[in-house]
Design a protein around this ligand. Structure first.
Ligand SMILES: Cc1ncc(COP(=O)(O)O)c(C=O)c1O
Length: 529
C-alpha cells in the first residue's frame, strides 16, 4: 500500500507504527515493531507484509498499518502525520506530544482531562491565560466584521489603531508600524529596513550586522544569521550571512568582585571596539534587551542598554531591539528597553523595535516592527524601488490586530504592570526554597521571568527532556533550556497559585535530581526552548 494511503487508512481506524531500527525487516513477512502508537502503549505488535513499503528515515520507519480494536489516540495520529517544530522526531515517542484539547486560564487540558499549568506561556506568547473572556469577545466581534483584507492598497481600523496606540506608548518616537506574522519575519524586516535605509541615504557600504553571543532572533535565514545558538544554527551555517558577534552582557559571567554593571561595561567596551573599527560598514546592532531568552534566560544590567544607545548614536549605527520575547510587560515595563532610562530620566528608545508573541495575547500570529520617522522618511521617493517592497499575505491581519488591541486594553484597564509587580513578589517569595537549594546556581528574576541553572554535577543525561516529563507528572508544562530551568507564567498568578506552582516545580526538581544525584556527563544537552 502506498504511504499516503496507509496514512489515510491510519487516520481512520488503524494504528500507525514504525519499524524498530534493531528489529525492523525490510520486505519481511513479519516485523517486531515498537513506535508511534505502540510505543505509547508499550506494546510490540505484528505487522502485515511490508514488501512494498517505502521507508523514510526517522527510525527507518516505514509507516505500517494493522487492524486494531480501538481508535487511534491524537498523539499517535500526530506522530504519524505532523512534523513537530523544534523536535527530533526520532525521540518523539519518548516524549510524545501532549494532546491538548482545551485551555482555561493558566491550565491546559489533555484528551484524558489531565490538567497542566502552562509555566512557559506556550512558548512565551500567552499573557492572560487561555480562553480569556475579553480577548475571546474582541476576536469574535472582529470576526463578524472583517476576518482579513490585504494591507497593500487597503487599510482597516484595527491595524491603524494598533499602530497609533503602540506609537503613543513610545511618546510618538517610533512613529510607524510595519506588520508581519511571526517573530522571525519581524527580524528579517528590521534587518532589511536598516540596510535599505542606509542605501537610500547614499551609504550602501553599510551592510553588516552586529549581534550578541548567545543571542536568538528566530530561524529564517536572515534571523538565524544573527542568532548564536549552535543547535539551531550550525547545520545551516554555510547558507548564512556573515555577521559580527560581540560579547554578551550576561551577568553570570561576573568574575569575583565584579557586579552585573561591570560585566555590562566590559560587554559595551567590546561593542565599542568593533564600532570604532568598522562603523562605516555596519548597518545595525540587534539585541534582546534585558533577557536573552533562548540562551537560557541570560539576564543583564540595564546600564548596558544605555551604553549601546549612546554608542549607536556616536557611530551612526541603527539599534534594533528584538522585544519579541521580552516585550509586552514580560520584563516589568511594557517595552524592556524602557529600563535603559533610570527613574525620572527622559526615556531613550531604539531605532527599530520588533514585537510579536505576547502582543496578540498568544491567540493569533502577529508581529510588527516599529520605526523612527527618520528611518521611515528614508524610503519616501518618486522611485518605487526605493520604497520598502516587503509583504506577507496576512500582513496586519484584522483578527490578530484586534486581539492586540484587546491586549492593550487589558494593560490599561487592569493596570497589568503594577499587578505583575505584586504577582512577581509572590512567586519570588514562594520560590525561595529553590533559590537556596545548593544544587542550583544563578537564581535570577526579571519581571515575570524566573530562571536558575542546575549545577553541572547534578545534571546528567537528557536533563531537559527528563525534567519536561517529570513536570507532566506534577501537572506542569515546563521545558528547561539545557540545564536552565525557567518559569514564564501567564499574568494570572495569585498567592495560592504562586505557592502551588513553586511547590510543583520544587517537587519536579527533586524527582529529576534524585534520579541522578551526582552524575557528571560530558554529553552536550540539546538547548531546545
Ligand atoms: C527574541 C526572539 N526573537 C525572535 C523569535 C522568533 O519568533 P518566531 O518563533 O515567532 O519566529 C523568538 C522566538 O522565540 C525570540 O525569542
Amino acid at each position: 500500500m502506498p504511504l499516503a494511503a496507509l496514512k489515510q487508512a491510519a487516520g481512520k481506524a488503524m494504528k500507525v507504527v514504525s519499524v524498530s531500527p534493531d528489529t525492523g525487516q525490510q520486505g519481511g513477512a513479519l516485523a517486531k515493531v515498537h513506535c508511534g502508537a505502540h510505543a505509547l502503549s508499550g506494546k510490540a505488535v505484528r505487522v502485515n507484509n511490508c514488501s512494498s513499503m517505502q521507508t523514510s528515515d526517522w527510525t527507518q520507519k516505514a509507516i505500517h498499518a494493522h487492524h486494531c480494536a480501538g481508535p487511534l489516540t491524537l498523539q499517535a495520529r500526530s506522530l504519524a502525520a505532523v512534523w513537530h517544530p523544534c523536535t527530533q522526531m526520532q525521540r518523539a515517542t519518548q516524549v510524545p506530544p501532549l494532546a491538548i484539547v482545551r485551555g482555561q486560564g493558566p491550565w491546559l487540558f489533555d484528551d484524558r482531562e489531565r490538567r497542566y499549568f502552562d509555566a512557559v506561556s506556550s512558548w512565551w506568547v500567552n499573557l492572560f491565560g487561555h480562553a480569556d473572556a475579553r480577548l475571546n469577545a474582541a476576536i469574535k466581534d472582529q470576526l463578524d466584521q472583517l476576518a482579513h483584507v490585504m494591507l497593500a492598497g487597503c487599510t482597516h481600523e484595527p491595524a491603524v489603531q494598533l499602530a497609533e496606540r503602540l506609537s503613543l506608548l513610545t511618546g510618538g518616537v517610533l512613529g510607524h508600524c510595519f506588520y508581519a506574522s511571526d517573530g522571525a519575519s519581524a527580524v528579517e524586516i528590521a534587518l532589511k529596513m536598516s540596510f535599505h535605509a542606509w542605501r537610500n541615504r547614499g551609504r550602501p557600504s553599510k551592510q553588516e550586522f552586529v549581534c550578541l553571543r548567545h543571542g536568538y532572533h528566530g530561524e529564517t535565514l536572515g534571523a538565524l544569521a544573527v542568532t548564536d545558538v549552535q543547535v539551531f544554527r550550525d547545520a545551516y551555517d554555510p547558507l548564512l550571512l556573515r555577521v559580527h558577534q560581540v560579547m554578551s552582557p550576561d551577568a553570570r559571567q561576573a568574575a569575583d568582585g565584579e557586579t552585573a554593571a561591570d560585566v555590562a561595561q566590559r560587554a559595551a567596551d567590546a561593542l565599542e571596539a568593533l564600532l570604532q573599527q568598522r562603523h562605516d560598514r555596519i548597518a545595525a546592532f540587534i539585541l534582546e534587551p534585558l533577557v536573552q531568552g533562548a540562551a537560557g534566560m541570560a539576564m543583564h544590567d540595564p546600564s548596558y542598554l544605555r551604553r549601546v544607545r549612546a554608542l549607536c548614536d556616536r557611530y551612526d549605527v541603527h539599534l534594533i531591539a528584538d522585544e519579541i520575547a521580552v516585550g509586552c510587560g514580560r520584563t516589568g515595563t511594557f517595552f524592556a528597553f524602557e529600563q535603559a532610562s533610570g527613574k525620572g530620566q527622559e526615556k531613550i528608545w531604539p531605532d527599530l523595535v520588533c514585537l510579536s508573541k505576547g502582543i496578540s495575547g498568544g491567540y493569533l500570529p502577529l508581529s510588527l516592527v516599529m520605526v523612527r520617522d527618520a528611518l521611515y522618511d528614508a524610503f519616501l521617493d518618486d522611485d518605487v524601488a526605493r520604497g520598502f517592497l516587503h509583504s506577507h499575505s496576512y500582513t496586519g491581519n484584522p483578527l490578530a490586530c484586534r486581539a492586540a488591541l484587546a491586549v492593550l486594553d487589558r494593560f490599561e484597564e487592569d493596570q497589568v504592570l503594577a499587578a505583575n509587580r505584586r504577582r512577581a513578589a509572590l512567586l519570588t517569595t514562594a520560590l525561595a526554597p529553590i533559590a537556596r537549594d545548593p544544587r542550583i546556581e544563578h537564581f535570577r528574576h526579571q519581571g515575570m521571568i524566573w530562571a536558575w541553572d542546575v549545577r553541572s554535577p547534578f545534571v546528567g543525561e537528557r536533563f531537559a527532556e527528563r525534567f519536561q516529563l517529570a513536570g507532566r507528572r506534577h501537572e506542569l508544562l515546563i521545558r528547561p533550556i539545557g540545564r536552565t530551568v525557567y518559569l514564564m507564567p501567564p499574568y494570572v498568578l495569585d498567592e495560592a497559585l504562586a505557592d502551588w506552582l513553586a511547590k510543583q516545580v520544587k517537587a519536579t526538581l527533586d524527582d529529576v535530581l534524585q534520579e541522578n544525584p551526582c552524575h557528571v556527563d560530558g554529553t552536550p544537552e540539546p538547548k531546545i526552548a
